[in-house]
Design a protein around this ligand. Structure first.
Ligand SMILES: Nc1nc2c(ncn2[C@@H]2O[C@H](COP(=O)(O)OP(=O)(O)OP(=O)(O)O)[C@@H](O)[C@H]2O)c(=O)[nH]1
Ligand SMILES: [Mg+2]
Length: 435
């Protein structure tokens, strides 16, 4: 079930993992470079300090003109410290230069001391980072990455997610996930992953998995309520009306629910509100006979609201717990379809109006759920034909788009082929956690 989408979600997980791995390697190389540069730098710095010292010395020599040309000083530390005070008198600039050069050279010596050749590359990286961090804030990102590498961890940043998230968005849209829902999922993932980077996570795969799980769960679980409890606790009879376009599986689902409620110790009566289609009575009668349930039906062309009203009266008279009201999926116009629902609402006041559509209808099912909800205020949805190969977009999107939960999945043509919709199980199925 939902295999296509499952593969795409797995692709995303791998994409981010690969990105993180590449990054870890890059950080490793960077840390190595830093260590090498650091080991070399003392020599470099003292070489650089030499000309400065010589320069200031020769200036001093030129300024004082006379005396001793011989002690053309060696570029040693002693020579520098000797010349500096003398310098201070006649040239402030030169003195400042010399002092800088001297202190730089001293720093470099200290760094050289810290970096024994035997020390580990990661230690060298850490030492280098600690030293640089104080005065080089512009390279903070680079330092953080290298430090993360030195401690064996990988940091994911927003820019790393750009490409994988783009791919994921395309995958979601191709899988019929509604645009707004896809964006919500991406936002959640971005927030989760970028937020987590500060903690420097250990396993990228695990982190991505959690982010995907939470992002999917948040949209899929919208509006969930305890359906069984709600039915058990409601005043009897409870009236459920099933709506949706033709051929999606309304009548079959009603038959499955009659079986479902029976298992819960609840009695049912079926009502054929599909007075439009020829043969509708016969079809539902067959189910009623097979399940040993009472069917209330009128002549073709009758008023659906009147049929369901009669069924409610029958249930009250015979102490039946649940009325399952079918409706026609096709009328002359969609306005007629909505007018039918409004009249049922007015005349019967059903406890729950349930929208039925096919998982395989994808984006169309999502769009219809939105329209039916606007017109008739649905209380929940049932997705049929989830056993057929579907993209999964409808299952992911409908709750978020309507604000009403998916209650059941139809998973075959048999009466027992009905599953309670469990958002957690659905997410696990999509992420392959159950296999
Ligand atoms: N594979 C599969 N087939 C299903 C499922 N639910 C319904 N069907 C099949 O879908 C077809 C249409 O089902 P119906 O229950 O007649 O659909 P309907 O919405 O009542 O159709 P109309 O009364 O014409 O509006 C039938 O062949 C059902 O067996 C399901 O969950 N899985
Ligand atoms: Mg039907």
């Amino acid at each position: 079930m939902f295999d296509g989408l499952k593969k795409k979600l797995d692709r995303f997980r791998k994409d981010v993992e690969d990105t993180a791995e590449e990054k870890a390697e890059a950080a490793a190389a960077e840390a190595d470079d830093d260590a090498v540069t650091d080991a070399e730098s003392p020599a470099d710095d003292s070489e650089a300090a030499e000309p400065a010292a010589v320069e200031s010395d020769s200036e001093e020599t030129a300024a004082s003109t006379s005396d001793t040309p011989e002690p053309a000083p060696e570029p040693s530390d002693e020579a520098q410290s000797e010349t500096t005070p003398a310098d201070a008198g006649d040239s402030g600039d030169a003195s400042a230069d010399t002092t800088d050069a001297a202190s730089e050279s001293a720093d470099a010596d200290a760094a050289a001391d810290a970096d024994e050749p035997e020390s580990l590359a990661s230690d060298a990286a850490k030492a280098a980072l600690a030293e640089q961090e104080a005065d080089d804030s512009s390279s903070a990102g680079r330092l953080k990455r290298a430090a993360a590498f030195a401690t064996g961890k990988v940091v994911i940043e927003e820019e790393d997610l750009e490409d994988p998230l783009w791919e994921l968005e395309m995958a979601l849209l191709q899988s019929d996930v509604e645009m707004q829902v896809a964006e919500e999922i991406l936002d959640t993932i971005r927030d989760k992953l970028v937020g987590e980077t500060r903690k420097q996570v250990q396993s990228t795969g695990q982190l991505v998995e959690e982010a995907l799980h939470d992002a999917l769960y948040e949209v899929i679980s919208v509006g969930q309520f305890d359906f069984d409890k709600r039915i058990q606790e409601a005043d009897k009879p409870v009236t459920l009306i099933f709506t949706g376009i033709n051929g999606v599986g309304k009548t079959t689902t009603i038959a499955k629910l009659a079986r479902y409620f029976e298992k819960q110790g609840l009695s049912t009566v079926l009502a054929n509100g599909d007075t439009y289609r020829a043969g509708a009575n016969e079809q539902i009668q067959e189910h009623a006979d097979a399940l040993d349930k009472k069917l209330i039906a009128h002549e073709q062309g009758g008023d659906p609201a009147a049929v369901i009203y009669d069924a409610v009266e029958y249930a009250e008279a015979h102490d039946i717990d649940v009325v399952l009201g079918d409706t026609a999926g096709r009328l002359h116009t969609s306005n007629d379809l909505m007018a039918q629902l409004e009249k049922i609402d007015r005349v019967v006041g059903p406890d729950l109006t349930i929208f039925v559509d096919e998982a395989v209808a994808g984006q169309d099912a999502v769009e219809r759920s939105r329209k039916f909800n606007e017109a008739a205020a649905i209380d929940g949805a049932i997705l049929t034909k989830a056993d057929a190969d579907s993209n999964g977009g409808a299952a992911i999107s409908i709750a978020y788009v309507t604000g009403k939960p998916i209650l059941f999945l139809g998973v075959g043509q048999g009466y027992d082929h009905l599953e309670r919709f469990d958002p957690e199980a659905m997410v696990e199925r999509l992420l392959g956690e159950d296999e």
